[in-house]
Design a protein around this ligand. Structure first.
Ligand SMILES: [Zn+2]
Length: 135
C-alpha cells in the first residue's frame, strides 16, 4: 500500500491530480473514499477526515455543544460495555473517537501531536513502561 488512500500508482496519480486541482481536498474527496477502502490511518489523518466531514457544523455548534456530544457518546459507550455487546461497543468507540477529533478540531488541537507529546512510550507520571504508579 502506497498511502492510506491509494493502493496503486494510478491511485497516487489520481490523488496528486485531485490535490493539485483542489488543494482544499489535500487528502481525498468523499466519492474517492468509497472507491478505495481505507484500512488504516494515523490519528492526524482521522482528525483531518473529521474536519472535512464536520468542521463547519462543529464550529457553529461551539465547544460546549461539542463537549456535550462527546460526553453523550462516552455514556453510550459505557452503557454498551455494560451490555457486553462487542459489535455495538465497536461503533460507540468509533463515535467517541470521532467526537474527540471534532472537538479537537474546533479548538485547534492536533490530537496526534498532543498524545505523543504527553505519552511518549512511558507513563507521563512515573516515566516508566509499564507504569509503576501506585493508583
Ligand atoms: Zn506511571
Amino acid at each position: 500500500m502506497l498511502c492510506p488512500f491509494a493502493e496503486s500508482s494510478d491511485d497516487v496519480i489520481k490523488l496528486l491530480l485531485l490535490s493539485w486541482l483542489s488543494p482544499e481536498y489535500l487528502a481525498v474527496p468523499a466519492e474517492h473514499n468509497r472507491i478505495i477502502p481505507v484500512e488504516s490511518m494515523h490519528i492526524r489523518e482521522f482528525q483531518e477526515m473529521m474536519k472535512r466531514l464536520y468542521f463547519e457544523r462543529d464550529t457553529k455548534r461551539g465547544t460546549k455543544g461539542n463537549c456535550s456530544w462527546l460526553i453523550d457518546e462516552i455514556r453510550e459507550l459505557e452503557e454498551t460495555l455494560e451490555k457486553n455487546k462487542k459489535e455495538e461497543a465497536e461503533q460507540e468507540f468509533a463515535d467517541v473517537l470521532a467526537w474527540l477529533a471534532s472537538l479537537a478540531n474546533t479548538v485547534g488541537i492536533d490530537l496526534e501531536k498532543a498524545a505523543l507529546k504527553k505519552y511518549d512510550c512511558v507513563c507521563p507520571k512515573c516515566r516508566r513502561c509499564p507504569c509503576q504508579c501506585s493508583f
